[in-house]
Ligand binder design. Structure first.
Ligand SMILES: Nc1nc2c(ncn2[C@@H]2O[C@H](COP(=O)(O)OP(=O)(O)OP(=O)(O)O)[C@@H](O)[C@H]2O)c(=O)[nH]1
Ligand SMILES: [Mg+2]
Length: 205
């Protein structure tokens, strides 16, 4: 995939607005502030393709990016304590409609902060992905915050848990230092190479 061929497409706050798509889609999911937008920027060698903020809960929409012949989909973050019930319901509706739709779901990248244990919200998301048989890998974020000696043991500890939820691989990444980015790109490339092309859409869930 040519990661330098990346452009913002659109933001959607209501599921009925979501575009039909036969393009392979790589989606990014995780808690607010885990680093989804930063990771998308780093994968595409860009500073401001996806908006990064130090205020959690910023991305309340599904944001689509065209990256070469794929879409990258930045899903709204979850687990932010200060959202209202109405916002939470809106999040549920948006995410469920996204996954229910007839889309070319190629791979989901589930982000988890490598410094924290898997939260109850993360576990719920992993169960959801497993139950719906959505192919996914886990990208542990903010690896630059770990000591070198902690890296592999941390990855293995997460892997042990995540594999039981049907995860295909666990990769340590840092949007700060670029650690693990080539490895994640290789995983995405392999997934896209094996995905049906535009017009050969697979069934939804
Ligand atoms: N040290 C470090 N900080 C990071 C890394 N990735 C993201 N951050 C920081 O974490 C904060 C949140 O990053 P975002 O990319 O906006 O996170 P997000 O998951 O898109 O957040 P929402 O859109 O609110 O759901 C920002 O302050 C980033 O600079 C990383 O790899 N290392
Ligand atoms: Mg974001």
């Amino acid at each position: 995939m040519n990661y330098n061929k990346a452009a913002f497409l659109a933001s959607y706050g209501i599921s009925s607005q979501l575009p039909d798509s036969g393009r392979p889609e790589i989606s990014f999911s995780g808690r607010s502030n885990v680093g989804k937008s930063s990771l998308i920027n780093k994968l595409c060698n860009r500073k401001n393709l996806a908006r990064v903020s130090s205020t959690p809960g910023k991305t309340a929409t599904i944001n689509f990016y065209e990256v070469d012949s794929c879409y990258f989909v930045d899903l709204p973050g979850y687990g932010y304590a200060k959202v209202s019930n109405a916002d939470r319901q809106r999040w549920d509706e948006l995410i469920n409609s996204y996954f229910d739709a007839q889309r070319n779901h190629t791979l989901l990248v589930q982000l988890i902060d490598c410094r924290h244990d898997i939260s109850a919200d993360d576990a719920q998301m992993l169960r959801y992905l497993h139950y719906h048989q959505i192919p996914y890998v886990v990208a542990l974020t903010k690896a630059d915050k770990l000591k070198k000696s902690q890296l592999e043991q941390t990855r293995q500890a997460f892997e042990k848990v995540c594999l039981t939820f049907g995860c295909k691989a666990v990769v340590l990444t840092s949007a700060e230092s670029g650690y693990g980015i080539p490895q994640l790109q290789a995983i995405l490339d392999a997934a896209v190479a094996g995905a049906p092309g535009e017009g050969e859409q697979t069934n939804g869930l």
